[in-house]
Design a protein around this ligand. Sequence first.
Ligand code: SAM
Ligand code: SF4
Length: 327
Amino acid sequence: MMLHDKFGRQITDLRISVTDRCNFRCVYCRSADPENYREHDEILSWPELNRLASIFKTLGIRKMRVTGGEPLVRPGVEDFISHLRALGVEDISMTTNGHLLADRCARLVSSGLNRINISLDSLDSGKFERITRTKSFASVMNGIDAVQSSTLAPAKINAVLVRGINDDEVERFAIFARERGLIMRFIEFMPLDGDRHWTRDVVVPAAEVYERIHSRWPLEQIPHHHSETARKYRFADGTHGEIGLIAPVTQPFCGHCSRIRLTADGKIRTCLFSKEDHDLRSLLREGASDEDLEIYIRSVVMEKEEGHRINHADFRPPTRSMVFIGG
Ligand code: SAM
Ligand code: SF4
């Protein structure tokens, strides 16, 4: 029987964080504070990840996204993707900041990766440096070029908009999508930043992004599957490129959520905003059989939260920030 929760939602997507480490410190994600990484032995080993992936596949997970932290900083990620491919996972994707991508793209393709999302929050190199607290703008652009000339094209580019920082670049990003034939996705800033600077005032609503682009380049909606997080649009004038709007804050899509997460230290998170994690790693390391693990996963998924409570008076951000959850 497929994985499902008590609200009748089928769970078919798994996001696997393969590391809590990252070579960037994006202001909306990771704290500027010194390193607070977990010890290596707290992180699931590749054999442990391979085993869990095959159990999740048996439980009906069809889509697996490899993420982090920054997945490309962990050596062996291509072999893990090959393993997912050999298991017969239907859809294998990755989210990366793109810094190491140019040199790795060909191997990712040959490992069997189907799709890739690259984070890029500014087209201005100075502003990019302030947001990511790195000097990697050129390497990320090279990564995008590598993807665009590979079978992974078109790349999906993710921009988290933060009012007063990069919300002036909406139109520039739309032009970038039109010129390069990219899928440009705008994501609302969620209260998952390590520095706890999130406030409702700095969220740029997807409706505003839609209006600003649509008034210059009319958009047509592309039909989408109800469990997809993004509303998708093409340009009505026929120019290539696509716009995606992801609005977890102003238009929550929890009712159609088909997703769970596995953190790098082996915890299941049934919602980005879960108050608690579920410790799969301990079970695994205590010698649980595949059947024990399946029973545990089913019971945890059954209790998946109905939805996040960002818009409720009692909302409290989770203790883990995005870099430790795996976006
Ligand atoms: N390091 C990789 C990257 O940046 O693409 C993968 C991990 S990152 C946590 C995954 C995604 O989460 C990125 O697209 C990032 O922009 C997004 N993200 C991080 N913090 C966020 C926040 N507070 N609100 C919304 N999206 C966020
Ligand atoms: Fe690292 Fe990605 Fe978080 Fe930026 S968004 S700090 S690249 S994990």
